[in-house]
Design a protein around this ligand. Structure first.
Ligand code: MG
Ligand code: MG
Length: 255
């Protein structure tokens, strides 16, 4: 069942979203060569707790940490470790926060120091895929309009989206209905209604769409080991468009 949230519920999700956005703003300056993925997790957990929220992912499906930190070919669900980030890496940090029982969820990808032209383009395409999806997020459109906009844009750039990892509804639980694949057919799927809260999250592979899960049981990577990126915002559907609940420093990009 897909729920429509009240303004009171949306306000709690906005509070969670602001905490996540503020944490991403700090990570933007913190992430550089020499930092470990565990240090990123520690900073994120401290900030989320200091601002009065709880980290949504810690313990969710037994995930051990507050942040999913995925490096290079790791697509999602990277487990923070003593791995040291190197110049040229791309690191995706996925954060969830919960305020009074309501969640926000936002992933962002970061260039570590100077990156190659290829990595820069991967980041640009994935961020633009999120913008393309959001442009379709308004009351009266269909869910498939969002999915199609993301997938068609990514494929036209010669990159691919994973077939088996999706965005999702969000609110009282991190993962609610509906699933929001990063590909689809326009004009199909449920009709979007004002007050639906959704996590839109393009994941992009430089290579082919197939994935595998590593032996740790969490971390997902493309089967061909290609580089990946991941951008995600939690939004609420409004009459004329969308409101981003997890705003960060790149807010103006999404208009
Ligand atoms: Mg996420
Ligand atoms: Mg999500």
């Amino acid at each position: 069942m897909i729920s429509v949230k009240s303004e009171r519920e949306i306000d709690l999700m906005r509070q969670a979203g602001i905490i996540i956005g503020t944490t991403h703003n700090a990570l933007r300056d913190f992430i550089k060569p020499g930092v470990t993925t565990l240090q990123i997790d520690a900073l994120a957990e401290k900030m989320i707790r200091d601002m009065g929220a709880t980290p949504s992912f810690k313990g969710l499906y037994n995930f051990p940490n507050a942040a999913c930190v995925s490096v290079n070919e790791e697509l999602v669900h990277g487990i923070p470790s003593h791995r040291v980030l190197k110049q040229g890496d791309v690191v995706s940090v996925d954060l969830g926060a919960c305020v009074n029982g309501y969640h926000g969820d936002s992933a962002w990808s970061y260039a570590v120091g100077q990156v190659s032209e290829e990595v820069r383009r991967l980041l640009d395409v994935t961020k633009e895929a999120l913008r393309q999806g959001l442009l379709q997020a308004k009351a009266g459109n269909r869910l498939g309009d969002i999915c199609h906009a993301i997938g068609a844009y990514v494929n036209a750039q010669g990159m691919s989206v994973p077939s088996d990892y999706t965005g999702h509804g969000i609110g009282r639980a991190v993962h609610e209905d509906p699933n929001i694949p990063n590909y689809g057919t326009p004009g199909t799927g449920i009709k979007l209604k004002e007050g639906m809260t959704l996590a839109i999250e393009p994941m992009v592979h430089l290579g082919r769409p197939f994935t595998k899960t590593l032996a740790n049981g969490f971390t997902v990577t493309p089967s061909d080991g290609s580089l990946t990126a991941h951008y995600e915002h939690t939004i609420v559907i409004r009459k004329e468009g969308f409101e981003i609940l997890t705003k960060n420093w790149e807010d103006s990009y999404f208009g």
